[in-house]
Design a binder for this molecule. Structure first.
Ligand code: ATP
Length: 886
């Protein structure tokens, strides 16, 4: 099967197929399997993985670790071996924990990427099917349609108006027109091989069928090294912001620690003591856990979104989702089920109803309540026949259920025709299809050319306005047709018009000039597409959450209005703006309109881009859905481009930030909820970490000024900060959402992590903790206890302050007594673990020896717990006051 001397583009179709040992109907799955073993997976070199070693080394790249390492060295020189041991243990522990966390985060992000494997449509075992693009082998017959990424290098065998954007290979910005004809020249560059389609390029128009000539590294793309597009490696802005925030705090703390060092010296402490204290205080205050917790919180959010059918492609989307203010959604399939059923017909004279739902051909065509068939009414037969034949889709039975292969709109037409007694196979045989203009939204119609006995016929279907322009109809007729079409649409139906025309007996191709005029109107078909119940619920939810929902549809304004009402997007008479009206407006006029209009009808993809831009100009945070190639610019322009996982094209998916695996509007809403939770959790962790850190420094300063020894040994500070604290901050990234999370307005995207409330409360809590620790510590000393005892009291008070502060952090407004303690089991158990660790710290002899602790008396325990609990009382009071004034 080696390549012959001849290039692929120089070979005739049959020759190409023979060389590849394939046929027009493709390979068998068995043969494909064998070839896969021989040629390997159809993919380019793997993206570079971040190695475990890199992750481990990364743990040692923080300023905190540098400080600790310097401290370890200094203590070693000072012969304080226990201290250096503790510090080194802490460094190691920190590295191990950081490694595990980061590794886990990396893994989960990587696993999510695999959910998004590109698919390819092939013919195998004689029928069309979808397979992972990586499974393609030379000889496979591949089908292309507008919006697909070419999955391997192909020699084209058939095509209809195929145009491919090859910019990534050739640098040519205009899409290339493709043919299937043999090219005689030798040595053509890829740009001139017009009968080939190359891996990675994008189909912008038309359809085609081709045979795979090369896969994976043997493709043109594969031979160009380093062309791999990286996906999703981006860091979210919030991660940068928090890293910066932690960095700034770190610098401030270093300054403060330096100050502490000076004050200590002035108050007569030794350089040695003060050095250790300053280092320990700095380590205790720097919120070194923050950046890693941010990453984990994001990863948790991404995983939760995936569970709700939303796959995040770009990490920043997680953050932005939480502040979404407008969701612009396509109608068909996203807000509605995309399960079309034709219910009403009009053949130009009479109206009919059709019973039955879904694609099962069970139901009847009723004329004034009586069942009729196509056989008895020629006009009905014509209308239904056009629906059946001017069609690219199939309805088939599988496990007793009827399904559509292709476009649901077209499937509905086939089922309707079957209900009238027409048989698809027979009809297709009698009226052989010779040529086709496929349906494209921008054009609004589709046409086919058929052989009907001696005659040739052009059959056409499309949006009524479009079709009627091509038909010769009298003004009365036109008025009547429009009246019926509007009546159908007012019930929320999608309406299609049908027409036909005789062609010259020798015509064998179809162009747009053939359909421009002189057609005969054959009738209308109206189909329902019920709203998704969960979309109605989600729209209701959006309203409560202060998010506006805008519906954008290719359907008629009257249909759009009716569906918009059923969905609860608009009230009775709210205006609908059509693509045509939009076309006539300049950006400023549209800017005014998007303020109030929530339903857009007969919209073309480029209108979506304009709508997005104007909404953004209003300062809105916009999520926009899309599926076609031409939706890509709007998806890119929106803050969150949402592509459809099932019906979406590769190009749309690549342009998006998020892909919905179920194409369902409700999944966007769930993702917004998760986005809000992620942000909330970042705030919770920050509020948990900052005040305790600040309190350690302040308590040291207070006691020093009071002329007492420093309340903690350096090793003890490290213990508090890295052991007891370290367990709980990570757990907080797993907090579930609060009850009211969807009842408040979207967050202002300009607002950072530190809100005003958070700053005020951080200061408040920081003071309470510092004073509380100082109080317990001085009391213990004044009662004549040993310094070891007083320090044990101080450290334990601090640890229990953190315990209560963890409870405080779980909600900004809600009382902790209204939150399920086991709502976040991870946090609950890590808090228990922290308490147990603290007991070991006090009572386990080895730890007593390392940290120089002593057992506490019952009175001391009561005092520790009572004082520590005060922070809970203070914050509960603050929450209560704020709830009251809200
Ligand atoms: P939405 O934007 O709500 O998802 P859509 O983009 O699917 O809708 P289009 O597919 O552009 O909307 O359909 C617009 C109009 O074109 C329909 O109202 C219908 O009249 C007509 N139409 C839809 N599908 C076909 C088809 N396969 N053949 C001919 N006409 C069609």
């Amino acid at each position: 099967m080696e390549r012959t001397q001849m290039e692929w583009y120089q070979q005739e179709h049959q020759q190409t197929l023979d060389t590849l040992q394939s046929t027009e109907t493709g390979l068998s799955s068995l043969e494909a399997q064998n070839r896969l073993a021989q040629y390997g997976l159809n993919k380019l070199a793997d993206e570079e993985k971040i190695s475990r070693l890199q992750i481990l080394l990364h743990q040692f790249k923080s300023p905190l670790i540098y400080i600790l390492l310097i401290a370890a060295l200094v203590t070693l020189l000072l012969k304080e071996y226990i201290d250096s041991g503790v510090i080194l243990a802490v460094v190691l522990l920190n590295a191990v924990i950081g490694y595990l966390q980061e590794f886990k985060a990396e893994e989960s992000v990587r696993a999510l990427k695999n959910l998004l494997v590109a698919k390819a449509r092939v013919i195998r075992d004689g029928h069309e099917q979808e397979i992972p693009g990586t499974d393609l082998v030379p000889g496979d017959i591949v089908l292309l349609a507008s919006g697909s990424r070419v999955p391997a290098d192909l020699r084209l065998l058939h095509d209809i108006e195929l145009r491919i954007d090859e910019a990534m290979l050739t640098g040519e910005s205009l899409p290339a027109d493709k043919t299937t004809a043999v090219l005689a020249e030798t040595g053509l560059p890829p740009a001139d091989q017009t009968n080939m389609a190359f891996m990675g390029t994008a189909v912008v128009n038309g359809r085609a069928r081709g045979v795979v000539v090369a896969t994976g590294a043997r493709t043109i793309l594969g031979t160009i090294a380093g062309e791999v597009r990286s996906i999703g490696q981006l860091k979210a802005p919030i991660q940068h912001k928090i890293e910066q925030f932690a960095h700034t705090i770190g610098l401030l703390v270093l300054g403060a620690a330096g100050l502490l060092f000076m004050i200590g010296l002035l108050l007569g402490e030794t350089v040695k003591t003060m050095f250790m204290v300053a280092v320990a205080a700095a380590v205790a205050t720097i919120p070194e856990g923050l950046p890693i917790v941010v990453t984990i919180a994001m990863a948790v959010g991404v995983a939760r979104m995936a569970k709700h059918n939303a796959i995040i492609r770009k990490l920043p989307a997680v953050e932005t989702l939480g502040s979404t203010t407008v969701i612009c959604s396509d109608k068909t399939g996203t807000l509605t089920r995309n399960e079309m059923t034709v219910t009403n017909l009009y053949d130009g004279r009479q109206q009919y109803q059709i019973s039955g739902t879904g694609y099962e051909p069970e139901g009847q065509v009723l004329l004034n309540g009586t069942a009729v068939t196509a056989a008895s009414i020629p006009e009905l037969a014509l209308l239904q026949r056009i629906g059946l034949l001017c069609n690219e889709s199939d309805v088939y039975e599988e496990e007793g259920r009827y399904k559509v292969d292709g476009d649901p709109t077209e499937g509905a037409l086939i089922t309707a025709a079957m209900k009238a007694g027409l048989q698809p196979e027979l009809e297709k045989e009698q009226y052989g299809q010779l040529a086709m203009i496929p349906f494209e939204s921008e054009r609004g119609y589709m046409a086919t050319l058929h052989q009907a006995g001696e005659q040739r016929l052009i059959l056409l279907k499309g949006a009524p306005e479009q079709v009627l322009e091509m038909c010769a109809t009298s003004p009365q007729q036109l008025a009547e047709i429009t009246r019926v079409a509007t009546a159908f649409a007012a019930q929320g139906m999608r309406v299609l018009a049908f027409a036909w025309k005789e062609a010259a007996p020798d015509q064998d191709a179809l162009g747009h000039h053939d359909t421009a005029s002189g057609l005969t109107f054959a009738g209308l078909q109206g189909m329902i597409d019920p709203p998704r119940p969960e979309a109605i619920e989600a729209i209701e939810g959006c309203k409560k959450a202060g998010i506006r929902v805008v519906m954008i549809t290719g359907d008629h304004a009257v249909t759009a209005q009716a569906i918009g009402r059923q969905l609860g997007i608009i009230e009775q008479d709210d205006a609908v703006l059509t693509g045509r009206e939009l076309e006539a407006m300049d950006d400023d006029a549209l800017f005014e309109k998007v303020r109030s209009v929530s339903v857009f009808a007969r919209v073309a993809p480029d209108h979506k881009l304009r709508i997005t831009r104007q909404l953004i100009r209003h300062g809105q945070v916009v999520a926009m859905t899309g599926d076609g190639v031409n939706d890509a610019p709007a998806l890119k322009a929106a803050h969150i481009g949402v592509a459809m996982g099932i019906t979406g094209t590769d190009v749309a998916k690549e342009a998006s930030d998020m892909v919905l695996t179920d194409d369902n509007f409700a999944s966007i809403f769930s993702a917004v909820r998760e986005g809000r939770i992620v942000f909330d959790n970042l705030r919770k962790v920050t509020f948990f970490l900052l005040p305790t850190g600040i309190a350690s420094i302040i308590s040291i300063i207070i006691t020093m000024i009071m002329g007492m020894p420093i309340p903690y040994l350096p090793a003890q500070l490290l213990w508090i900060n890295l052991v007891t604290n370290g367990l709980q901050d990570v757990a907080m990234a797993f907090e579930p959402g609060e009850k009211g999370i969807l009842k408040r307005p979207p967050r202002n995207p300009l607002e950072g992590i530190m809100s005003r409330l958070l700053i005020q409360r951080t200061v408040l809590v920081g003071m309470v903790i510092a004073l509380g620790v100082a109080w317990n510590y001085t009391t213990a000393l004044q009662e004549g206890n040993t310094l070891e005892n007083a320090r044990t009291v101080a450290v334990t008070t601090m640890v229990f302050f953190q315990f209560f502060q963890a409870w405080n952090s779980r909600s900004e407004y809600d009382s902790i007594f209204r939150i399920n303690p086991l709502g976040n089991p991870f946090l609950f158990y890590s808090m228990i673990a922290a308490v147990l660790a603290q007991l070991a710290f006090i009572y386990a002899p080895p730890l007593q020896w390392v940290f120089r602790t002593v057992p506490l008396t019952a009175t001391e325990w009561v005092r520790v717990l009572a004082v520590a609990a005060s922070v809970l009382v203070v914050v509960e009071l603050d929450k209560w006051l704020r709830r009251r004034s809200a």
